[in-house]
Ligand binder design. Sequence first.
Ligand SMILES: C[S@@+](CC[C@H](N)C(=O)[O-])C[C@H]1O[C@@H](n2cnc3c(N)ncnc32)[C@H](O)[C@@H]1O
Length: 171
Amino acid sequence: MAETIGSFYQTLLMPTPMPHNLNVVLVEPRIPHNTGSVGRICLATGTALHLVEPLGFEINDYHLRRAGLDYWEHVTVFRHKDLRAFLESVPAHAPKFFFSTKGTRSLFDCRFEKGSYLFFGNEVKGFPDGLLEENAGRVFRVPQYDARVRSLNLANVASVVVYEAIRQLGP
Ligand SMILES: C[S@@+](CC[C@H](N)C(=O)[O-])C[C@H]1O[C@@H](n2cnc3c(N)ncnc32)[C@H](O)[C@@H]1O
């Protein structure tokens, strides 16, 4: 009996294969606990996390690991030295979505597909110059309903976006 219960809990702890094949891309993130929180969301949803350098912290930062708890070591993380090289490595047909307060379209207009790449800017200046202009038409805004709020927290936005994508693609 004890063995049966043990294997039951073991099964619960096993990663569940996720068919969405989503990718979260953090471009030059600055704040370690935001990246730790995003890593936790990624692990929970079977999403790959791409970190485009330069980062504002060391990858073994205390705050990053604290926010990611003991999950961080299980997150599928890819580090990229350079944004341009990373963009060239993304399959040409892969759907790309950029999230910014400057977006002219709403998150609720996104039609996510399996294998989508979801891009987020950094906590200080958003995206590097030119990137949003080059991707005009693929820049989306998470609606904010009070003008006093300049932007949402990076990890909160990533969470909302990933779960909206999963809602559309099916659990
Ligand atoms: C704290 S915000 C950066 C604010 C920065 N001053 C700017 O102009 O983008 C960090 C990132 O979170 C995302 N973000 C924050 N609020 C958002 C919103 N309402 N809609 C879409 N993305 C948002 C964007 O990717 C942004 O680059």
